[in-house]
Design a binder for this molecule. Structure first.
Ligand SMILES: [Zn+2]
Ligand SMILES: [Zn+2]
Length: 244
């Protein structure tokens, strides 16, 4: 498996960058996970959007979904230019993702409901889900293939449920929008201390801090997570790649 960070900012993108978006390559599949502001622009530096196999959406907040329309326009315009593609699946929770009906669009994309209890299987890749704690319905995701797994918390405040859900993951991508000692629970996000605790308790191999805040020094988040978790901790940055 190979992960490429397309965007990592919480809320809005800094100039020339993007909010949440990750490209996950598993076997011969290329999945986009979340499609926030400016993700479509950044994505094209790393992959031709026509080569994507599916999009998985955690929730409908703009910093995770603002560029869904832009991605649909890629497919519509490229189709008109003669580059046709099978109808592109966009996975989201039908009764949780507010704009689910809009995911099926103009013969180029189709909304596919996520079965939270039974997960999704695509060839030999299995994807399981967990409901998070956030002001709107949001799903954490675990992608597993060939004995390796990547877990992404989506947006959430701290819950011990993440420990079982992330158990022994090769990579844990977390919403780390606040510093140690702050309270992220109202807006539904986590601190460096909380994500360090999950990583340690879940015994993950590597921790990737993402959904980063627009204040403070991000290196401090790494130091604070490392006070608790003694595995590898990295800050998300545009184009960062991690192999599992
Ligand atoms: Zn959110
Ligand atoms: Zn967010």
């Amino acid at each position: 498996m190979k992960l490429t960070v397309i965007g990592f900012w919480g809320g809005y993108p800094k100039a020339g960058e993007a909010t949440t978006g990750y490209l996950l390559e598993v076997a011969d599949k290329k999945f986009l996970i979340d499609c926030g502001s400016a993700v479509v622009s950044q994505l094209q530096k790393f992959v031709d959007p026509l080569k994507l196999d599916a999009l998985f959406l955690t929730h409908h907040h703009a910093d995770h979904s603002a560029d869904v329309g832009a991605l649909q326009h890629v497919f519509i315009i490229q189709k008109a230019l003669g580059h046709s593609k099978d109808i592109f699946p966009i996975y989201a929770e039908e009764n949780g993702y507010k704009y689910f009906d809009d995911l099926t669009h103009n013969g180029v994309t189709a909304g596919v409901p996520i079965d939270v209890n039974n997960g999704v299987t695509i060839e030999d890749i299995s994807i399981s889900f967990m409901r998070t704690i956030h002001p709107v319905p949001c799903l954490a995701m675990r992608f597993s293939y060939n004995g390796k797994s990547v877990v992404y918390t989506g947006d959430s405040s701290f819950t011990e449920d993440f420990i079982a859900f992330s158990k022994n993951a090769d990579l844990l991508i977390v919403d780390c929008n606040f510093y140690k000692g702050m309270d992220g629970s109202k807006p539904g996000h986590m601190t460096s201390e909380e994500v360090g605790t999950i990583a340690k308790q879940a015994n993950v191999k590597k921790l990737l801090l993402s959904h980063l805040p627009h204040f403070g020094e991000h290196d401090q988040l790494v130091r604070e997570a490392k006070e608790i978790f003694d595995g590898e901790v990295q800050l998300a940055s545009t184009g960062l790649t991690i192999f599992m």
